[in-house]
Design a protein around this ligand. Structure first.
Ligand SMILES: Cc1cc2nc3c(=O)[nH]c(=O)nc-3n(C[C@H](O)[C@H](O)[C@H](O)COP(=O)(O)OP(=O)(O)OC[C@H]3O[C@@H](n4cnc5c(N)ncnc54)[C@H](O)[C@@H]3O)c2cc1C
Length: 471
């Protein structure tokens, strides 16, 4: 069966991969000239890479890890020590660590929390631990029920002191969805905590060994193309063309860079677009269908990714760091954490600037100046003295509408991969799967979408030859 897929982010590519595995022929069309969507990256005039986002892979990412294993590129994930490292606000330039010992879950997580006395007091740890008991005992059902509360409301409901938010969860909420705990749904935080506490390696982190388009996306494309699929860049889907019965008759592909526009015809059609551009392309005839109407409540959140190249080493820490700065979320010295970006003498900091709603329209220079003043607190030894670290160059990548903003009530708005239109399916991190808006969520959504296409009546004539998609 020919399946047209719009969008070559991780969701679209994963969908294509699992469709070829099932014996189908995916044709992926991507609007931009680069693979990866929110993991896209570019090279500057010196050959240095800059990225849409600083990306961390977690041990809990079972579907991503399986995909990477199937592509035979497991050596590209650089696993770091099993720890979480927070900057200390009161003592600039120092760190507080949560170290996970080599024990089965949840004992390694409990030991990491109990072993950290810098951030939380014993009464705070105990009240927080007790609050988590229902999530651990009642599992995902309870976690989903909590979507009506923001994380701050959930903490209040469990009489957990506000200081727990200030010390740990402002940093965590910003890392998970680029927003603060009074906005983020408690389902998001509880889902992450559940994975971290229930899987021994769930919170262990890895960095990709280089730029994501070449090191992660291209192997998926090679796999798909070697098995008869197609992936076309510079091919924006401009319109979902409809047959008289409101099913899809084609994807209208815009002609750009001297190419002719055309109508892409297939047996089944997948949108692997982010939710915001998909809503703009929604055909009028579908607008009153509740499945599509609900999407109006899902909206991308702004975020900014900053790259700062310095004339010297600022740190030798080879890990993700939680800045606990009011302007910044997580950051890493990529000259230590990523093989392709390695530099033994000079740092390249990649920093996520969030929440970004008040900054997304400001100039790059303003954003960098604000970031540098935060660095005085993170690296006091290198700033504020006569021998100041010098910024060699910078790149700022703004994403005004990134992953959907996970405010309370969103879980019920997330669509299934199977739509009410018989030959039309959805993939994307915003679609319903248990990993929220993440690389793992995108990969899982693509896999679920491929399974839905394969299991649909459209595939019936081929069912005898096709292999099922295992999910
Ligand atoms: C700053 C930042 C940091 C992040 N950090 C992490 C992290 O540490 N860990 C983690 O797991 N996740 C992280 N994420 C989230 C993660 O990147 C996303 O959840 C995931 O990559 C989304 O994949 P997707 O395929 O669903 O969507 P996208 O990656 O957005 O892919 C959609 C694709 O559709 C294309 N498209 C749009 N319109 C059209 C059209 N009309 N025709 C054809 N193609 C079109 C786009 O160009 C894009 O390539 C981060 C995201 C950002 C922005």
């Amino acid at each position: 069966m020919r399946v047209a897929i719009a969008g070559a982010g991780l969701a679209g590519l994963s969908c294509a991969k699992y469709l070829v595995d099932a014996g189908h022929t995916p044709i992926v069309v991507e609007a931009r000239d680069v693979l990866g969507g929110k993991v896209a990256a570019w090279q500057d005039e010196d050959g240095d890479w800059y990225e849409t986002g600083l990306h961390i892979f977690f041990g809990a990412y079972r579907n991503m890890r399986q995909l990477i294993q199937e592509l035979d590129i497991e050596d590209r994930l650089q696993w770091k020590s099993h720890s979480m490292i927070f900057n200390q606000r009161q003592t600039p330039g120092t760190y507080s660590r949560f170290d996970f010992p080599d024990l089965p879950a949840p004992f390694n997580g409990l030991a990491a929390i109990l072993g950290n006395n810098d951030l939380l007091t014993w009464p705070e740890k105990i009240s927080f631990g007790l609050g988590l008991v229902p999530a651990m005992l009642r599992g995902q059902g309870y976690v989903e029920e909590c979507d009506k509360y923001s994380w701050t409301e959930w903490l209040k409901l469990h009489n957990i002191p506000e200081r727990v938010n200030d010390e740990v969860f402002i940093a965590m909420a910003k890392a998970l969805n680029f927003i603060d705990p009074d906005e983020i749904s408690s389902t998001v935080v509880l889902t992450a905590l559940n994975r971290f506490l229930q899987e021994q390696d769930g919170s262990q982190m890895a960095f990709l060994d280089g730029n994501p388009p070449q090191r992660l996306c291209q192997p998926i494309v090679d796999y798909v193309v070697a098995r008869g699929g197609e992936v076309h860049l510079d091919s924006p889907m401009r319109q979902i063309e409809l047959a008289p019965d409101a099913s899809v008759s084609g994807f209208r592909i815009g002609g750009i860079k001297g190419k002719q526009g055309y109508s892409l015809q297939a047996d089944a059609y997948v949108s692997a677009l982010p939710v915001d551009p998909f809503k703009l392309l929604l055909p009028e005839a579908w607008a009153s269908i509740p499945f599509f109407q609900k999407l109006s409540g899902l909206n991308g959140v702004p975020v900014i990714n900053i790259h700062l190249w310095f004339d010297r080493k600022l740190t030798d820490i080879d890990h993700l760091l939680f800045s606990r700065s009011p302007l910044l979320s997580v950051y890493a010295d990529m000259s230590n954490t990523c093989k392709e970006y390695a530099d033994p003498d000079r740092s390249m900091l990649e920093l996520v600037f969030a929440p970004a709603k008040d900054w997304i329209h400001r100039s790059d220079e303003d954003i960098v100046a604000a970031t540098l003043s935060e660095l005085e607190k993170l690296f006091p030894q290198h700033f504020g003295s006569d021998d100041q670290a010098k910024l060699r160059k910078f790149k700022v990548v703004k994403t005004p509408l990134s992953v959907y903003k996970t405010v309370p009530g969103c879980q019920q708005l997330r669509p299934d991969q199977t739509s009410p239109i018989a030959n039309f399916f959805l993939a994307g991190d915003y679609t319903m799967q248990r990993y929220l808006a993440s690389m793992e969520g995108a990969v899982l959504s693509g896999k679920l979408c491929a399974a839905a296409v394969s299991a649909s009546p459209l595939a019936a004539p081929q069912a005898a030859q096709a292999k099922p998609v295992a999910v």
